[in-house]
Ligand binder design. Structure first.
Ligand SMILES: [Zn+2]
Length: 447
């Protein structure tokens, strides 16, 4: 039987999933608080005949939906958390829905929904052809704080996967040919002694001074780390008022590099800087590790198969209205004025992974160290739109976003189908690549 039936199913049912993604976009929820989104998806999957495992590793919004039995076991990874401060209406001018409210500036309203759509489409096909195998949708919370999948991994829920598939909303249709960097998220809490800042500053020890000294130290470190390393911070507690010597202060760091091993080395040096800063002005410091995902291991055999299935899927076609939205939005982007060939790229490209890294990070990195993982991107916003921007939130709440989501769902469902029937021994090839990339190292959760 042809794969056309999957493509048709996606096409005929697209409004249901557009509505799901729209509802999640309308009610953005931050990391670990995605109750609405996770129950919406769980209900749809339950209704479609999937068995649901709720509260994975005790996390309220982490769940797994499963259908079928036996080998192979194919997982599709979904996400649904939003970002703080990115509230925006689905229009090409900056206008919040809620002042300082959250928004789907990373398109996770689309990311998870495409996964739900893909596994339900696949289930229909499995029933029609009495196919053997297990398919799973992983409802993964808290990607934006980069720890949801690590906590799920600690419960062993990815261990029996033959492979995993995922995607990310972006501004082009392609397979991921670069590795996303490993990253540590860590807070340094300094404790000093409070005092009246004018009357008796000599009896105080400023925790904020330690934070400032530490940041200077880290800024001097920048020259002496590998190219591509990223070190960024915010001061989340800097004291209460200038006339009180701050007793407590906290700085929150993200450190990123091309491999987890490299991040570990940089982290040791940053921890030494924190200790030195406390010593300099007589305070104390404690660190709090929040997340530490691996770099991703791009799997060429899976990525190429996803690419081929993207080509087989219904192509992206935009209305004049969508083109006008894109043109207007493009005028607000940093790239405004530069010539762009295709503002809404419908073309599809493939490049094999060759050991290059991109600056960003994701907790999908952890899954890619446990099982072979394929990943694509689709056009969900006009070219030049950066993720985590108001322009991204706007696009991901329009038909432009939903069209990219349907393409991703179709590509993942078609690929999972090929994997279920083990077309061209693709699972073996994916495992070979996975083992080559891991090079004998075994996954160990970073938190
Ligand atoms: Zn994201």
């Amino acid at each position: 039987m042809s794969k056309e039936t999957i493509i048709d199913w996606i096409e005929n049912n697209k409004h249901t999933y557009t509505a799901m993604a729209q509802n999640i976009w309308d009610k953005p929820q931050l990391a670990y608080q995605e109750k609405y989104a996770s129950s919406l998806q769980m209900n749809a999957l339950k209704q479609a005949g999937f068995s649901i495992k709720e509260k994975v590793n005790g996390i309220d919004t982490a769940f797994i939906a499963e259908y079928g039995q036996g080998a192979p076991v194919i997982g599709i990874l979904g996400e649904f958390d939003a970002l703080p401060g990115l509230s925006q209406k689905p229009i090409p001018e900056k206008e919040e829905v809620t002042k300082n409210g959250p928004g789907h500036g990373c398109g996770h309203n689309l990311l998870g929904t495409a996964g739900v759509q893909a596994v339900i489409a696949l289930k229909e096909k499995m029933d029609a052809e009495s196919l053997q195998g297990t398919i799973r949708y992983y409802g993964c919370p808290a990607e934006e704080v980069l720890s949801g999948k690590t906590y799920m991994a600690k419960a062993g829920v990815f261990d029996d996967l033959d492979c995993a598939l995922t995607w990310h909303p972006m501004t082009s249709n392609a397979a991921m040919y670069k590795s996303m960097q490993s990253m540590v998220s860590i807070k340094f809490h300094f404790k000093g002694k409070p005092a009246h800042a004018a009357a008796s500053p000599e009896s105080g020890r400023s925790a904020l001074d330690s934070v400032e000294i530490m940041n200077i130290g880290v800024n001097y470190l920048r020259e002496h780390v590998p190219d591509g390393t990223r070190m960024h911070y915010t001061i989340t507690d800097g004291g209460q008022a200038p006339n009180i010597v701050p007793e407590t202060a906290t700085v929150w760091y993200f450190l990123r590099a091309s491999s987890k091993e490299e991040v570990e080395k940089i982290l040791l040096r940053v921890k030494d800087i924190a200790k030195g800063s406390a010593l300099i002005n007589d305070t104390e410091v404690e660190s709090e590790l929040l997340a530490f995902p691996y770099e991703t291991l791009p799997n060429n055999p899976l990525n190429e198969l996803m690419y081929l299935n993207m080509l087989k899927s219904n192509p992206l076609v935009y209305t004049e209205e969508e083109q006008r939205f894109a043109e207007k939005l493009a005028k607000t982007l940093p790239s405004a004025g530069k010539p762009v060939e295709e503002l809404l790229p419908a073309s599809i490209s493939y490049k094999p992974y060759k050991a290059a890294s991109m600056p960003g990070s994701s907790d999908v990195g952890d899954v890619s160290w446990i099982a072979p993982m394929g990943m694509i991107t689709t056009t969900c916003a006009p070219k030049g739109t950066a993720l985590h921007s108001w322009q991204a939130t706007a696009s991901f709440g329009t038909e432009i976003g939903y069209k990219g989501m349907h393409l991703a769902a179709s590509s993942m469902a078609l690929t999972a189908y090929d994997l279920l029937i083990n077309k061209d021994n693709i699972l073996e090839k994916a495992k070979e690549t996975f083992n080559e990339l891991r090079d004998g190292k075994v996954y160990e959760a970073g938190i």
